[in-house]
Design a protein around this ligand. Structure first.
Ligand SMILES: Cc1cc2nc3c(=O)[nH]c(=O)nc-3n(C[C@H](O)[C@H](O)[C@H](O)COP(=O)(O)OP(=O)(O)OC[C@H]3O[C@@H](n4cnc5c(N)ncnc54)[C@H](O)[C@@H]3O)c2cc1C
Length: 256
């Protein structure tokens, strides 16, 4: 029943909905809060961050994935913060790179079993696991929220947005639990959305099915099930990008 759904309405406040709490959504949030922290004439702002995955890391960098899946950037090259080299309007608010962040709290991070062996080995030129990067991104998000000035309220919804409808000057954002948010601004920070299978992938699925083979279509590796491929079977991988490296790790190193 539409009338029973929780509804957040636009009152006197600006209501901003950020769809996607990955690195881009987190960066946008940090910048909004940085600007508002020096706003000489503040008015209330409600910010809603909507993502079914943990805010900060989001889907790509979520901690709940095989620790053998790594980043392809070195820890010294990863930062979510502005510094004197950043061309940006608004306050420059420096913060640690991933390398500096790990060095500052290595003892604390080594308490987590999935990254305990990795943490002592991290140098500025290391390639970190996505599990470790996950913790950095979640910290960046929480640090940004903690910095919010009094006139800004940030709420996180662990849901998916299923529809956005224009209604006069506002937009209604529909979440998959039936909740509705009336927004004055909607920011889409969804990364690479999933795609329906292309004709080639549909044909490969049929071919595999007809010949008693297994076909795994394109997708984000952490979302796919490597266990459908039995040990010792010949495997053909199409493509030599990031997902190729992931599959090599999942089918070889992770199986010993
Ligand atoms: C396997 C892999 C490895 C990578 N490695 C690196 C690397 O080493 N270094 C690097 O710099 N970049 C890397 N990238 C690139 C990566 O895309 C970016 O680092 C970064 O994650 C992009 O951030 P984003 O916020 O734009 O998108 P994402 O990280 O994809 O975040 C988008 C978020 O939007 C959410 N979302 C989508 N639709 C909805 C919806 N309808 N409702 C609510 N939420 C929604 C998703 O759940 C997700 O959390 C890698 C990408 C992949 C796929």
């Amino acid at each position: 029943m539409p009338g029973d759904r929780p509804r957040t309405s636009v009152g006197t406040a600006a209501v901003i909905v950020i769809v996607g709490g990955g690195p881009r959504g987190t960066g946008v949030l940090e910048r909004i809060l940085a600007h508002e922290s020096v706003n000489a004439d503040p008015t209330p702002i409600d910010i809603h961050v909507v993502d079914p995955y943990p805010a900060g890391a989001g889907r790509i960098w979520r901690g709940s994935q095989a620790p053998l899946l790594w980043m392809n950037s070195t820890t010294a090259d990863v930062t979510m913060f502005t510094d004197e080299t950043t061309a940006v309007i608004g306050p420059v608010l420096p913060g640690p790179t991933l390398a500096e962040w790990v060095a500052e709290r290595s003892a604390e991070l080594a308490e987590f079993p999935e990254i305990a062996a990795e943490v002592p080995t991290i140098t500025p030129s290391s390639f970190a696991s996505r599990s470790l990067q996950s913790r950095y991104l979640n910290w960046v998000f929480e640090t940004a929220v903690d910095s919010a000035p009094a006139h800004v309220d940030v709420r996180v919804h662990r849901r998916s947005v299923v529809d956005i409808v224009n209604v006069g000057e506002t937009q209604t954002v529909h979440l998959d639990d039936g909740a509705v948010i009336d927004a004055t601004t909607v920011l889409l920070a969804q990364g690479h959305p999933d795609a329906l299978p292309a004709p080639r992938e549909t044909a490969l699925t049929s071919f595999a099915s007809d010949h008693g083979l297994t076909y795994v279509g394109p997708g984000y590796t952490a979302d796919l099930d490597a266990d459908v491929i039995p040990d010792g079977e010949p495997v053909l991988i199409a493509g030599l990008g990031l997902a190729f490296i992931d599959w090599m790790v999942l089918l070889a190193e992770s199986r010993g």
